[in-house]
Design a protein around this ligand. Structure first.
Ligand SMILES: C[S@@+](CC[C@H](N)C(=O)[O-])C[C@H]1O[C@@H](n2cnc3c(N)ncnc32)[C@H](O)[C@@H]1O
Length: 269
């Protein structure tokens, strides 16, 4: 299916900046131990993979990515290797990894359950899985930005049209449970920004990049290019306002432990 963000240089710059804003918290959440074999599914520009590899001694991270453009631009770092492939059909033997994770990927795939099932297959018994995804309906900006809110809803509808799910963050617990994981915990990584706080402008610029860079959104029939420009202009004004703020949370889920149930076996909490 088409990747809503595309892989143009401007979009790669937005993704790099988003990594700068969100990697430290995710690396802490993942908490890999020395020497673990780790898989990132949908590794994009490799910035997170590099951060994970550098977070403990001897960690080896394999990044699977389907886009040749992303792989060509991906960061080379000690302990990181890349493999071109599709998340829905991972080319690894069962039990190959101690930790598997995906971040900002499941919203883009046609069959998120197939991806999670593949992640489970390549995880060793007792290994850990971690996910972090979007539910874009959780975003709030204030003062209100009506054109942006209209375009943001159109963005979610467009992603659905492409075969993805911009609201998938709310489904993470169910996805892991349906794949047979036990000991699942869900949590959030907050994005709380206000005028004057260090991340405010970067966060709003990330939102502008999302709508301005969404390949085909203006021709989708769900909103016009003109409306996207109005929405971006509203957010540019928000960046200047003394009374502006925004709240969002990334949805996270993790599971794993000493023993994982086999497919079809009852989950033991
Ligand atoms: C928003 S980026 C996230 C990259 C990285 N995980 C991060 O957190 O920065 C999503 C990436 O998933 C890749 N992708 C989308 N569908 C995929 C699939 N079916 N298999 C592998 N990679 C895929 C895209 O090409 C893109 O590089």
């Amino acid at each position: 299916m088409a990747y809503i963000h595309g892989t143009e240089a401007g979009e790669q710059a937005r993704l790099s900046e988003l990594n700068r804003m969100t990697n430290q918290a995710f690396v802490g959440f993942l908490g890999v131990a020395a020497g673990e074999r780790v898989l990132e599914v949908g590794s994009g520009l490799g910035l997170l993979a590099a951060g994970v590899a550098g977070s403990a001694a001897g960690v080896e991270v394999t990044g699977v990515e389907k886009s040749a453009e992303q792989l060509a631009a991906a960061m080379r770092a000690p302990g990181v290797r890349y493999v071109r492939g599709d998340a829905q059909q991972l080319g690894f033997a069962p039990g190959s990894f101690d930790v598997v994770y995906a971040r900002y990927l499941l919203e883009h795939v046609a069959d998120a359950a197939a991806v999670v099932s593949e992640m489970r297959r390549v995880l060793r018994p007792g290994g850990r899985i971690a996910l972090q995804e979007n539910d874009i309906s959780l975003l709030r900006v204030d003062p209100p930005c009506p054109a942006f809110e209209e375009v943001w809803s159109a963005f979610a509808a467009y992603q659905r049209q492409l075969g993805g799910d911009a609201l998938i963050g709310r489904r993470l617990f169910r996805l892991l449970r349906d794949a047979g994981f036990a000991g699942i915990e869900i949590s959030v990584q907050p994005e709380v920004h206000w005028q004057g706080s260090p991340g405010f402008e970067s966060w709003i610029r990330n939102l502008i990049g999302n709508i301005a860079g969404a390949t085909g959104l203006g021709r989708s029939g769900l909103c016009t290019g003109e409306r996207i420009e109005e929405a971006a202009a509203e957010l540019e004004e928000l960046i200047e306002r003394e009374d502006a703020s925004s709240i969002f949370v990334w949805n996270r889920a993790a599971a794993g432990g000493p023993r994982l149930p086999r497919p079809g076996e009852r989950c033991i909490p």
